[in-house]
Design a protein around this ligand. Structure first.
Ligand SMILES: [Zn+2]
Length: 434
């Protein structure tokens, strides 16, 4: 995740909201609704249902019914059906629990181990690096992680994704930016790999922290190390970086040896952070246009736009909408869904509608950016209920979010991307254990 959520949800500060502890995923999810732009308008409706349960608002929002009531309230104030949720769920806890479950095989494309063992001190982190550490730390605390970034270690990864959510498998990636972190990546890959080594049948490791601005021979050597020693299954890179040049493009001729090496070594998934031009990073490098050329030049590599390029997702979608022959361009929903579903539901519907209509229901990948947004489960339950309202579907040619499309987005697409046999995995994996 990578933007100032505190401004996004401008009223959400824990110290100003005593009583909110975000212990349950329902409370986390509901809080995002009540602190978002619709908050003031939906609180009254939430209170009506809280009264029916004889609970105060805060206690009510810890329950499944409270979370359902928040979504029902959004439908009511907007006059559009963004969530498939009934009155009964807002009143009756058992009904709310029953209708929030699902048996999809969920694979999370976008997860992090954000902490590193050396920590972040004045000695090993620049001022700019510390600013980013603090951003993630504050964010984590706002999301209910008591120790912020510190809780985004390997244990936290297991807890918030595997133990406390319906997620079956996760793809984990890392922050590099080593110019800001004492010459070592913000998340050294050896440490991130521990998440894969601890849950090897559930976790897929992507290499990261490479930029052509760190010199090609060294970058190629590191890629070689990632592939041979750490057995990465793909890459997730950033085209903005912390070098004096500040960024680069995938379609730069100088980057081609990287892609050629991946091709030769059988690395078939290469992702990039696209959109969400956060912090000190330059927005221009978060546009997706550089995927155009590489997608044509390396047809056997799957190119994944993490965050789906939001708020430039139209540019990404156009790279397939007008090039229907293209089959190797994918997008991922981390942070983009979480940030919009609670706060800007019309925008959320447009984003999902645009991506599914143009890139295709087979090319959209579920991702949560957890544990930056707390427990993954509230996002899963919000997505299960989310719908593109008829007015938008008709006016823009968007598909409705059928169960089939949701199952694809939640995991079947990832399974195809990484060659995972879902039926085999279902036998191997015990959900809710970590
Ligand atoms: Zn991320």
């Amino acid at each position: 995740m990578e933007f100032d959520f505190r401004k996004h949800f401008r009223n959400m500060k824990l110290e100003e909201n005593p009583g909110f502890e975000f212990r349950t995923h329902h409370e986390q999810g509901a809080a995002f609704f009540t602190f978002g732009s619709l908050g003031e308008r939906i609180k009254g409706i939430i209170d009506e249902y809280a009264n029916k349960r004889r609970l105060d608002r805060r206690s009510f929002l810890k329950t499944a019914s409270g979370f359902a009531a928040a979504m029902l309230a959004v439908n009511k104030v907007s006059g559009m059906k963004f969530f498939e949720v009934s009155e009964a769920e807002a009143i009756d806890e058992a009904a709310a629990m029953e209708y929030s479950t699902g048996n999809e095989f969920i694979i999370d494309m976008h997860t992090h181990v954000g902490w590193r063992k050396a920590g972040f001190t004045k000695e090993n982190t620049t001022e700019r690096g510390m600013w980013f550490v603090k951003l993630l730390d504050d964010l984590g605390k706002s999301m209910g992680l008591p120790n912020g970034l510190r809780d985004m270690d390997v244990d936290g990864f297991g807890r918030y994704l595997y133990k406390e959510s319906d997620t079956a498998m996760a793809i984990v990636n890392m922050f590099g930016f080593r110019e800001d972190y004492g010459g070592m990546d913000m998340n050294p890959i050896e440490e991130v790999a521990e998440a894969r080594n601890r849950w090897p049948n559930r976790t897929i490791l992507l290499g990261g922290g490479l930029t052509i601005n760190q010199g090609m021979s060294e970058t190629l050597e590191r890629l070689d190390h990632f592939i041979k020693d750490l057995k990465i299954s793909g890459l997730k890179l950033y085209t903005f970086d912390s070098t004096p040049k500040k960024g680069w493009w995938f379609d730069d001729d100088r980057a081609y040896p990287l892609w050629e090496k991946c091709q030769k070594e059988g690395i078939k998934v290469i992702g990039c952070h696209k959109g969400i031009p956060f912090g000190q990073f330059m927005a221009r490098y978060s546009h997706a246009e550089d995927l155009d050329r590489v997608a044509d030049d390396f047809l056997d590599i799957n190119w994944v736009a993490f965050h789906s390029g939001w708020p430039y997702h139209h540019e990404l979608a156009a790279l397939k909408a007008f090039k229907p022959q293209r089959n190797n361009l994918w997008c991922e929903l981390g942070s983009t869904f979480a940030a919009t579903v609670t706060n800007r539901p019309v925008e959320c519907a447009h984003i999902l509608g645009t991506l599914i209509r143009d890139l295709g229901a087979d090319r959209v990948l579920w991702g949560t950016d957890s544990p930056l947004w707390g427990k993954a489960q509230w996002q899963i339950e919000a997505f299960r209920k989310f719908q593109i309202p008829d007015q938008l579907a008709e006016g823009y040619g968007y598909p409705k979010l059928t169960d089939e499309i949701k199952r694809k987005i939640l995991g079947e697409n990832h399974a195809k991307l990484f060659g995972i046999n879902i039926e085999e995995k279902r036998k191997e994996i015990k959900l809710r254990e970590a």
